[in-house]
Design a protein around this ligand. Structure first.
Ligand SMILES: [Zn+2]
Length: 355
C-alpha cells in the first residue's frame, strides 16, 4: 500500500465517519506528518525484528491518546506562517508567542506541544551556519560520574570537578506528596486534574533547572577547549541497575548531546571514546591495568608509586584514548601526575557546584 492510499484510508475516509469526524478539526498537514511518523516507526520496528537495524531493539509503535498528558502536532512549511508577534497556525489561527530568541532563518517546520502541566510551546526547525571560535590549543578529557557530574582535566595543567546536581532528590519529597495527593483524587474529577497539573509543574521545574545547568557547563567547556574527549557511555545499560535514579538525575546523555551540538556550532571537536575501555582501572602514569575498583574507592596507589584520584585519572585516560596524549605530554613530564594525582599540586584545582 502506498503512502497516498494509507492517507486516503486513515485520514480522508476516516473523516467522513461520525467517530472520526474530529480529524477534520485539525490541520491536514499535521495528519500527513502523523502518517509519515507511523510509517517510519513501523519500518524501524520491522527492521529491528529482522535484524536489519542495528542497536537496541525497537518496540512496536503504540497508539497515541487524544487525552494524553503530552500532546503535539508537527506542521510543515504550508501549515504555518511566522507573523510579527507570533505564528499563524492552520485551523487554529493567530497565536501570540513569548519568543525565547529570534529566528536566524525561515523555519522549515513547527511543532506545537502541549506539556502535561498545560503549557504550550512551539519549536521551529531552522538552519544555522557554524560560527567558529578562534582556535585554541587546550584539550580536555572528561570523566562523567555520579559523585561528581564531571571531572575535567585540561592540557594546560588545570583540572576541575563539577558536583552532580541533585535537583530531583531534593524535589522528590514534594513530588511524593503531590503524587500521593493525586492518587487520592477520584478519577475524572476536577480536583484530580488540578493535582495532576501540580505534579507536572514540579517535574518541569526540575527538568528546566537541570537543562539550564547542562547548557551552561557545555557552553563553558566548548568555549575553553579545542578538543573535548568524553566516554561513550552505556547509559541505557546503567540506567537499569540500582543506580538508575542517580544516572537519570545526573543527565549524562543530555550533557554529551549538548557538548556535541555546541561543538559543531563553534567549530570545536568532541571525541567519544569506546566505553569498553577500562578508563578507571588503568593507571594513567604507567599504563598498567589494575583490579576492578568499586564505586567507593576514590583514590589508590598504583604499584608504580603514583597516588591516583579515581575521576581525574579516568579523565587523563579518556584524553589519551581520544588521541590527545601528545597534547598532554607536550606540557612537561610532571603534568600527567599533577592532573591524575590524588593530592592536588598547584596550579588550578577547583571544585564547582554544578556549573
Ligand atoms: Zn601506575
Amino acid at each position: 500500500m502506498t503512502d497516498t492510499e494509507v492517507q486516503r484510508l486513515v485520514v480522508t475516509a476516516a473523516k467522513s465517519t461520525p467517530e472520526r469526524a474530529w480529524l477534520g478539526e485539525v490541520a491536514s498537514v499535521a495528519l500527513v506528518q502523523a502518517c509519515q511518523d507511523a510509517r517510519r516507526a513501523y519500518r524501524n520496528f520491522f527492521d529491528s525484528l529482522s535484524g536489519r537495524r542495528k542497536g537496541q531493539r525497537v518496540g512496536a509503535p503504540r497508539f497515541r491518546s487524544r487525552k494524553g498528558n503530552r500532546q503535539s502536532i508537527r506542521l510543515t512549511r504550508n501549515g504555518f506562517t511566522v507573523t510579527g508577534r507570533g505564528v499563524r497556525l492552520a485551523k487554529i489561527g493567530d497565536v501570540e508567542l513569548a519568543w525565547s530568541r529570534g529566528l536566524p532563518s525561515a523555519p522549515s517546520s513547527a511543532t506545537v506541544v502541549r506539556e502535561a502541566d498545560g503549557r504550550y510551546y512551539v519549536s521551529f526547525v531552522v538552519e544555522t551556519s557554524a560560527t567558529p571560535l578562534p582556535p585554541s590549543t587546550t584539550v580536555a578529557g572528561i570523566d562523567l560520574g555520579l559523585t561528581d557530574l564531571a571531572a575535567i582535566v585540561r592540557s594546560d595543567g588545570t583540572r576541575e570537578k563539577i558536583r552532580a546536581p541533585r535537583h530531583l532528590r531534593g524535589a522528590e519529597r514534594r513530588l511524593a506528596c503531590g503524587q500521593k495527593a493525586l492518587a487520592r483524587k477520584e478519577k475524572g474529577s476536577k480536583n484530580r486534574g488540578k493535582a495532576r497539573r501540580r505534579v507536572a509543574v514540579l517535574h518541569r521545574k526540575v527538568r528546566e533547572t537541570r537543562l539550564d545547568q547542562h547548557h551552561k557547563l557545555a557552553h563553558r567547556l566548548v568555549h575553553d577547549n579545542q578538543v573535548i574527549a568524553v566516554e561513550d557511555l552505556a547509559i541505557a545499560g546503567l540506567a537499569r541497575t540500582r543506580l538508575a535514579k542517580s544516572v537519570h538525575d545526573a543527565g549524562w546523555s543530555t550533557l554529551v548531546r549538548l557538548l556535541e551540538e555546541k561543538s559543531v556550532r563553534y567549530g570545536q571537536t568532541v571525541v567519544k571514546v569506546d566505553r569498553l575501555f577500562p578508563s578507571t582501572r588503568t593507571c594513567s602514569i604507567c599504563g598498567s591495568v589494575g583490579d576492578k575498583k568499586s564505586l567507593s574507592v576514590r583514590e589508590w596507589v598504583c604499584p608504580c608509586g603514583a597516588h591516583l584520584d579515581r575521576d581525574y585519572n579516568a579523565g587523563v585516560n579518556i584524553a589519551d584514548a581520544a588521541g590527545l596524549a601528545e597534547s598532554l605530554n607536550a606540557c612537561g613530564a610532571d603534568v600527567r601526575l599533577r592532573l591524575a594525582g590524588a593530592v592536588s599540586i598547584e596550579p588550578g584545582t577547583h571544585r564547582t557546584d554544578a556549573a
